[in-house]
Design a protein around this ligand. Sequence first.
Ligand SMILES: C[S@@+](CC[C@H](N)C(=O)[O-])C[C@H]1O[C@@H](n2cnc3c(N)ncnc32)[C@H](O)[C@@H]1O
Ligand code: SF4
Length: 433
Amino acid sequence: MSSSISVSAIRPAAQRAPELTPESIRALITSGAQGRADNKLLIYIHIPFCSSKCHFCDWVVGYSKADLLDTGELRSRYVEALCTQIREYAPTLRAANYRVSNVYWGGGTPTRLTPQQMALIHDTLADCIDLSGVAEYSMECSPETVSAGHLELMVPRGLNRISAGAQSFDPQILRKMGRAHSSDQIERALRTFREGGLTNFNLDLIAGFPGQSAESLFDSIQRTIDAGVPHVSLYMFREFSSDLVVVRQLTSGSVKQVSSDERSALYFAAKAMLEQAGFEEYVVGYFAKGEQFRFNSEDYYFAMRGDYFGFGAGAASTIGRCTFKSGEAFRYGDSNVRTYIDAPAAMGMAPLKFVPDVAYTDGYFKAFATPEGINFSRFREQFGFDFKALRAARPAIREWFAEREKNGAVFIETAEGIALSPETWIPTMIWRR
Ligand SMILES: C[S@@+](CC[C@H](N)C(=O)[O-])C[C@H]1O[C@@H](n2cnc3c(N)ncnc32)[C@H](O)[C@@H]1O
Ligand code: SF4
């Protein structure tokens, strides 16, 4: 899933979710929907294939590289499995009166599928549930995989936003990152978006990558501005997982990293460049040139705006306060494609006693990137818990806050919720080792 935060490395140890039968999942969808004040739904479609296993990527930790790079039989079988899972549950979502407001294809790299495979998945979904009310239909891609053919088939089907991982325009950094594209291919992808009829598109960039000089970062920001991109996601390089090639290089000392303070300073200088060029940072790291270009699907998750159902290996769902997942319950990055293909309807539910931990990571951790933070009433609506009571009952939550406060985080609590002072997010939150 783009552009958002991989939680695999900060979650509690993997636990196998209790397996549910498709009948019980359907029953939970039906009863869960009845308990919700709002019947809005986001549908997420997960595509766990890429054309490179990038040295920094904490989304595909634990994947078999051969499976990740597959272009043949496994990919076709995955598409079939995805359609089976959609046919299994989407009609129940429709019958439960969910109103689909957002469709979000993430990964991995959705455009690693052929345009025809994407169209087939879309058509299967559209046969099962009404997509006519979708306001934002967004898809991730990488510059070397997206083609005019993808847009020719997907724009008429409703695609109205696309996001590409550029990471950098610097050839040396792209090479160190293990990316499969050049800076020319980023520019070509932007032409493809425009020629394909899209005006709402994003580039992901990374700041604070080991060996990335200030000049290199600023040049990438400037080239992004000059390219007329309406949205930029600027991520600080995260060092969560010891499995990343780059983290291993840092640990062995074969590559060097500047201090955290220097990296924070780089982020704020890059932010100032974007703001001067007319972008507004509406969520930490998310810069839009006008409200119409904000990435609403990400805000949907961050700000706990409603239920969502994820199709695909490892995809998570929150339906009527129940958290479901294909694959292992608490490992986001652990999408075992082959297990999924064998049993695409199999999903587990996060056992109730773990739900506070799910909220702890998925919920408030991300929520603090938004100016509003955790809104207490939406938290209760989404997870069924009173946040303040939960915090009082769970020492781990209090420790989480205390540790960040010790590092300089400033939390602001009101009767409505608790937010993080935005200038303290970058220096204190997720990206430090
Ligand atoms: C699913 S990918 C985006 C689409 C596509 N797969 C690509 O790479 O072009 C998710 C995004 O998360 C960001 N990301 C992944 N690992 C990261 C890390 N360790 N630190 C910072 N950002 C990271 C990258 O900017 C990447 O584009
Ligand atoms: S292409 Fe994207 S999802 Fe795939 S490994 Fe690279 S950054 Fe991660």
